[in-house]
Design a protein around this ligand. Structure first.
Ligand code: F6P
Length: 435
């Protein structure tokens, strides 16, 4: 008599088919590689977690992480992320770890027509690793890398899929409603401004506190300082964005006017404010000039320059605060909205690439303001790479502040919190060099 009846044989055959299908699918899927590039944010690792988890959940075989972006990959620097991120707790820690877990770079790929060798080398490395999907988490400069690699893939008939995952505290990426990383930096700026204002108004004589905020040539983050104003806070007095020419005489007049009323004041200035002749304000004093591969000068020192000016010309006690990297790595002050969206754009990039899309960037589309809701879409990288989205001039007021419309646009992005995982009194992070 047969050992198995017909029903059992049928079940066994089905099991064999399922096992065969999954192995085949894994084989067909190839491997995934992901990198981080440009200035870090406090939620960029949430996007990395989104890419890793979604790729794994969808059956990816290996997920590699480039160390120091495309520059590191050219030197064959990468890790197998499955050996680093093993549990759900690791995913939770990664999401809450500020700055770029994999390290970053400011590296501009050459034009394809100028130097095919670099591209041949990259594609050779990708072939060695059996890569089918390539994800790059970055801002408008980093999207230049996705643009060039996807163009080259098209040229040589490679079917590796290249997808951009957006991030930047500057919020200056075109097409997308906003960029992951901005909401948390904006929350940090607004909260820190409230604290600086409490400290800045304590004396019974006028003082000036000038706070310098990042954002390069776009004033979105500096504008977020306007959110400090509320029923428990006077708010900042003056806001200067790089979208408008900075007039030093006018600035001194405004300071004098407020001080003449016996009031102390807190002023927000963007690191990127420029005077009429096109020079950055910080360039008016002695400074060390560092320029990166994309031709961006290191911007720092505007607040210090202006504080010296107020002190020497108006004789008012003045303090300059440069928030510098604090504003992009304050993981204890992230916006849950932001960290969730950062994860989702990573996941959406994987979904799109696995479904065959390439040469695209995931963008956020605001579909409702009340309640706030954003969905993800994909968009051609050629319309995003290297383009800076600035604050519209109609959102900047004549009295050196910003409009309610701008505040209304930013406010939903800073909502809700995600507590750090505390160990021994401090937030716990995931560190690629120490796991
Ligand atoms: O890329 C965003 C950014 O944080 C800018 O706001 C800032 O000007 C720049 O990076 C600073 O970059 P780096 O870390 O290379 O000095």
């Amino acid at each position: 008599p047969p050992i198995l009846n017909w029903k059992s044989r049928g079940i066994l055959i089905h099991i064999f088919i399922i096992i065969y299908y999954f192995n085949w699918r894994t084989f067909m899927l190839g491997n995934v590689i992901v990198g981080q590039s440009g200035g870090p944010t406090s939620v960029i690792n949430s996007s990395l977690a989104g890419v890793f988890k979604t790729a794994k959940d969808r059956g990816a075989n290996k997920v590699y992480g480039m160390l120091h972006g495309i520059k590191g990959l050219l030197d064959k620097q990468y890790v197998d992320l499955s050996e680093k991120i093993k549990t759900d707790i690791d995913i939770d820690l990664l999401k809450r770890t500020p700055s770029s877990y994999l390290g970053s770079c400011r590296y501009k790929l050459p034009e394809i027509s100028d130097d095919r060798e670099t591209y041949e080398k990259i594609f050779e490395i990708l072939r060695e690793l059996n890569i089918s999907y390539f994800f790059y988490i970055g801002g408008n400069d980093s999207m230049d890398t996705i643009k060039k690699l996807s163009d080259y893939a098209l040229l040589i008939g490679s079917d590796i899929k290249f997808m951009g995952v957006p991030k930047t505290i500057d919020n200056d990426l075109a097409v997308t409603d906003h960029t992951p990383g901005f909401g948390s930096a904006a929350k940090f700026i607004a909260a820190t401004m409230k604290e600086i204002i409490r400290d800045g108004l304590v004396y019974d004589y006028p003082t000036v506190t000038i706070v310098e905020i990042m954002g390069r040539n776009a004033g979105w983050l500096t504008a977020a300082s306007a959110l400090a104003r509320g029923e428990d806070c006077e708010g900042v007095d003056l806001i200067y964005l790089p979208e408008k020419v900075f007039d030093i005489d006018h600035f001194l007049e405004r300071v004098k006017e407020i001080a003449s009323k016996g009031r102390s004041m807190v002023i927000a200035v963007s690191e990127g404010i420029k005077v009429m002749d096109g020079r950055y304000v910080f360039e008016l004093s002695e400074h060390v000039e560092f320029v990166d591969a994309f031709g961006h000068k290191q911007l720092a020192g505007s607040a210090k320059f202006l504080a010296n000016k107020v002190g020497s010309e108006l004789g008012i006690k003045t303090r300059a605060i440069e928030l510098s990297t604090l504003q992009r790595c304050a993981a204890h002050m992230t916006s849950r909205t932001d960290i969730t969206e950062a994860f989702n754009v990573g996941g959406a990039a994987v979904k799109a690439a696995f479904e065959g899309e390439t040469g695209k960037v995931v963008v956020l589309k605001r579909v409702s303001d009340d309640p706030y809701m954003c969905i993800t879409e994909t968009h051609d990288v050629h319309q995003i790479a290297n383009i800076e989205k600035k604050v519209p001039l109609e959102w900047i007021t004549e009295d050196d502040f910003v409009t309610e419309d701008l505040i209304h646009y930013i406010r939903p992005l800073i909502q809700a919190e995600l507590s750090p995982i505390m160990v021994d009194g401090l937030p716990r992070h995931l560190n690629v060099n120490m796991d």
